[in-house]
Design a protein around this ligand. Structure first.
Ligand SMILES: [Zn+2]
Length: 415
């Protein structure tokens, strides 16, 4: 049985506000280029801040530029319920990646105002700095510093291709705030985001109840063979580092496909030396990463892959240096918060399914300190990090309504 609520967010206002935000960095192809800590980002942030203040929220900014817009609760000493996402984009990004969670959060605040609702706990809407990592090469920067995963000193000194550091960029746009960039006690964190994959669309579901983020293992690999003449070196004398890398790339793909639709395995970077058409490559440097919703599968891969890759290298007469960079454990979300998302979707009569996030999100780091859950909405053809990224107004509204219900239930729960 489903019950309709009469406490509705304003889907039209949400959509208009999403389109307003998309003007900052709008591209000719209908996407967005709003790189973190640029002049365009400043304009978007200033606009967002003004909208928050117009809604009666108090905005504060921390040292890494994370923005927190607070709405007081009836009990100011209760821990705040946080929700939000990020306003920065990829160089050729879409209108909804990140923006949906921030602007959706703003719509929650505005709807509470319209409905005259004062929650028990205070609420804070968050815009995390530099989720995408495309300018300074470091994703989840703001939430990572906040969560203590990275030090402020480390990220301050990162620079873009023009040599501008994070610190200088923050100061340049006036968003090096006075607040400590450190986790503070909070009651919960909810993040609404587009799925960026095809699962909801393929299963004709409107809401993804995100139960956690998948486990990962990343490697740097160097295959060392021997440079030699392409015309004079017979097969028996070749130690071809690129052939070795190619066979390992195939191994990565086979390892992934052996795990069905849940498997992920990617070689995304390849550097061939000396990269000359008539020299057998003597050295190839490449990246390898695997991901899986089940941590045990990633552990199994991490146990087997280095040996299998080494055997391939040996058969090619090539030496393989394989370094495991890191293994990220599966990050489960908080069962109580996840359940609020599930209950909200059910109450609203929205089709929903559980889903494990394939991508990294600010929520994954926040979850280390604060009970967290995410809400996914479908996006057309599962396409994201693309100017053609698109969602329907009704999908944005449904996701925002679920966010509204989950936040309200959490903020008013009896302690
Ligand atoms: Zn995002």
């Amino acid at each position: 049985m489903t019950t309709q609520t009469n406490l509705r967010i304003d889907g039209r206002r949400l959509w208009d506000s999403l389109m307003d935000m998309a003007r900052f960095g709008a591209t000719a192809k209908g996407g967005v280029r709003r790189l973190t800590l640029t002049e365009i980002d400043r304009q978007g942030r200033d606009h967002f801040r003004a909208q928050c203040e117009a809604a009666g929220l108090t905005v504060r900014v921390d040292e890494i530029g994370n923005m927190f817009a607070r709405r007081q609760g009836r009990e100011p000493h209760r821990l705040p319920v946080l929700f939000g996402s990020h306003l920065d984009s990829q160089p050729s990004g879409g209108k909804f990646d990140g923006a949906l969670g921030v602007i959706g959060g703003l719509e929650v605040m505005r709807s509470l105002n319209d409905l005259g609702i004062v929650t028990e706990a205070p609420l804070e809407l968050v815009n995390w700095t530099d989720e995408e990592g495309s300018r300074f090469g470091h994703s989840l920067m703001g939430s990572g510093v906040w969560a203590g995963v990275y030090t402020l000193d480390k990220v301050f000194s990162l620079s873009d291709t023009e040599g501008t550091t994070v610190k200088a960029a923050l100061e340049g746009i006036g968003y090096a705030g006075p607040e400590d960039a450190a986790a503070f006690p909070a009651d919960a964190y909810f993040e609404l985001h587009i799925e960026q994959g095809p699962i909801l669309e393929n299963n004709e579901k409107k809401i993804g109840i995100v139960t956690g983020a998948q486990a990962q293992v990343w490697y740097d690999a160097i295959a060392i063979g021997r440079d030699s003449h392409a015309g004079t070196t017979p097969p028996s004398a070749r130690r071809d580092a690129l052939l070795c890398a190619a066979r390992i790339i195939d191994l990565v793909d086979r390892t992934m496909r052996a795990r069905g639709e849940d498997g992920r395995g990617t070689v995304g970077q390849l550097q061939v030396l000396p990269n000359s058409r008539n020299v057998i490559p003597g050295e190839v440097r490449f990246s390898v990463e695997f991901r899986h919703p089940e941590e045990a599968e990633v552990d199994r891969i991490a146990a087997a892959f280095p040996g299998e890759a080494a055997a391939i290298a040996a058969a090619c007469g090539v030496k393989l240096e394989l370094v495991e960079l890191f293994r990220i454990a599966r990050q489960p979300f908080d069962p109580g918060c996840v359940d609020l998302v599930r209950q909200a979707a059910a109450k609203l009569g929205l089709s929903a399914r559980e889903i494990v996030s394939g991508a990294g999100h600010d929520a994954v780091y926040v979850a280390r300190h604060v009970p967290t859950a995410m809400i996914f909405t479908p996006c057309k053809d599962g396409l994201s990090h693309n100017e053609e990224e698109s969602i329907l107004p009704a999908e944005a509204e449904a996701g925002c309504q679920v966010l509204f219900e989950a936040v309200l239930a959490r903020a008013n729960r009896v302690l």
